[in-house]
Design a protein around this ligand. Structure first.
Ligand SMILES: Cc1cc2nc3c(=O)[nH]c(=O)nc-3n(C[C@H](O)[C@H](O)[C@H](O)COP(=O)(O)OP(=O)(O)OC[C@H]3O[C@@H](n4cnc5c(N)ncnc54)[C@H](O)[C@@H]3O)c2cc1C
Length: 380
């Protein structure tokens, strides 16, 4: 577990080369212009990164969660926001591959894995964020269709995506009344709000998604009625690892930039990297990152092995990786002095991008809730 195989090293290096050549040089400009890098994402998909842990018979790469964590970390060294959109696309595509029947898998997944089509994950609502099981978007069955009404909030990729994996209420209150529908862009009654103005993640659009009398064929439902919450949470186990990996990559890039900067920058007649207080700070940053990375790999291996405590470990890993990642990036900004605050150095963008990782895919408070509930249940 602590040594990567030759294949994994090759996968990691391929993703880092891609990030260095096709993402990093453009990341600051994409952030400023709010450019969603569709062609770059398609180029990543051509290398197998559109359906990383999706089965090969529908165009996926058939790789493990650990492989995916390596890829998302490396892509995020170029731009955390770009890597994070790809991670949400992968999560949604995997949900169709894992919970769809053969007809559904063959209908949607090949184009998603190739990123001819993009996917969004639609769980959060204006009145249901952390308490996702309180969602209210309603799907009422009429013969062989559902009629969907309601609204989703904060949907990454919305308006640009072709496929929406949507959690809806088909039954009574609580998690058991939730089902998952695949809704295609262009379906009458489906509309999108304005692109939200936000602190970071400017390379990907975030919009509300509104459903007004949207007719969705029953054959678009993943799994059975009432299984939607379980499907949504299964997606998030992997999604949380991926977001954690994006934080590690952003922070790693910030650390590398800082090392280079401190070699050059002088104060009081010495290079910054000659001050022991700052050297110790660098040591702590690298140590915190390595600890979070090692733990994330452990959680990814547990998910690959379908270990009974995988959900708990993924929640722990998400919290550690996103908290440590943000702190390291913020320290990197501090070590750049005033220059860290300027957009040209690329550090403040990383800090802004990583901040939201502590909030989405379940806030870090909700990660503690998952872990503490499991602990208390074991105690009982
Ligand atoms: C840029 C961005 C992109 C996003 N992309 C998506 C997406 O693609 N798809 C999607 O479905 N969602 C997406 N989200 C939504 C995100 O997952 C939610 O914002 C998040 O789950 C928190 O929900 P909320 O914002 O409603 O906060 P709330 O649930 O209102 O929480 C407010 C605060 O209270 C805390 N809190 C709530 N309940 C508890 C509790 N029981 N114990 C302790 N603390 C608690 C929270 O941790 C938080 O600090 C995105 C959000 C952002 C900002």
């Amino acid at each position: 577990m602590f040594t990567l195989s030759e294949d994994q090293i090759a996968i990691r290096d391929m993703a880092r080369d891609f990030a260095n050549e096709q993402i990093a040089p453009y990341a600051v400009e994409w952030d400023e212009t709010k450019h969603f890098p569709v062609q770059t994402l398609r180029a990543a998909a051509a290398l197998g990164m559109g359906g990383i842990y999706v089965r090969e018979d529908v165009g996926g790469s058939g790789l493990s969660r650990l492989d995916a964590a390596l890829i998302f970390e490396q892509l995020a060294t170029g731009c955390p926001g770009t890597s994070a959109y790809l991670s949400i696309h992968n999560m949604s595509t995997w949900m169709i591959d894992r919970f769809g029947d053969d007809a559904q898998r063959h209908r949607w997944v090949p184009r998603l894995a190739a990123m001819a089509h993009f996917a969004s994950y639609c769980l959060t609502e204006p009145g249901a964020g952390s308490d996702a099981a309180a969602l209210k978007t309603k799907a009422v069955r009429h013969g062989d269709h559902y009629i969907v009404d309601g609204q989703k909030q904060f949907i990454s990729g919305a308006g640009s995506s072709d496929i929406y994996v949507v959690m809806v209420r088909t039954g009574g209150d609580g998690p058991k009344g939730i089902s998952t529908l695949v809704i295609e862009a262009g379906t009458p009654g489906l509309s999108f709000g304005a692109n939200e103005r936000k602190m970071g993640w400017n390379v990907q659009p975030t919009r509300t998604v509104t459903f007004e009398g949207v007719r969705v064929p029953v054959e678009n439902r993943l799994g059975e009625e009432g299984e939607g919450f379980r499907i949504a949470m299964a997606g998030l186990d992997g999604g949380r690892l991926n977001i954690g990996a994006c934080s590690l990559g952003g922070a790693q890039a910030a650390l590398e930039k800082t090392l280079a900067y401190m070699r050059e920058r002088k104060a009081f007649g010495k290079r910054l990297d000659e001050f022991q207080a700052l050297q110790f700070r660098l040591a702590d940053m690298a140590t915190e990152l390595e600890a979070a990375r090692t733990f994330l790999w452990r959680a990814a291996s547990a998910l690959d092995a379908k270990a009974p405590d995988a959900t708990q470990l993924c929640a722990m890993a998400k919290r550690i990786a996103t908290d440590r990642g943000f702190e390291v990036a913020n320290d990197a900004l501090q070590l750049h002095g005033g220059y860290g605050y300027l957009a040209d150095y690329g550090i403040e963008k990383i800090v802004r991008d990583l901040r939201v990782h502590q909030i989405l895919e379940g806030t870090n408070e909700i990660m503690r809730l998952i872990v503490s509930r499991a602990l208390i249940a074991q105690g009982n």
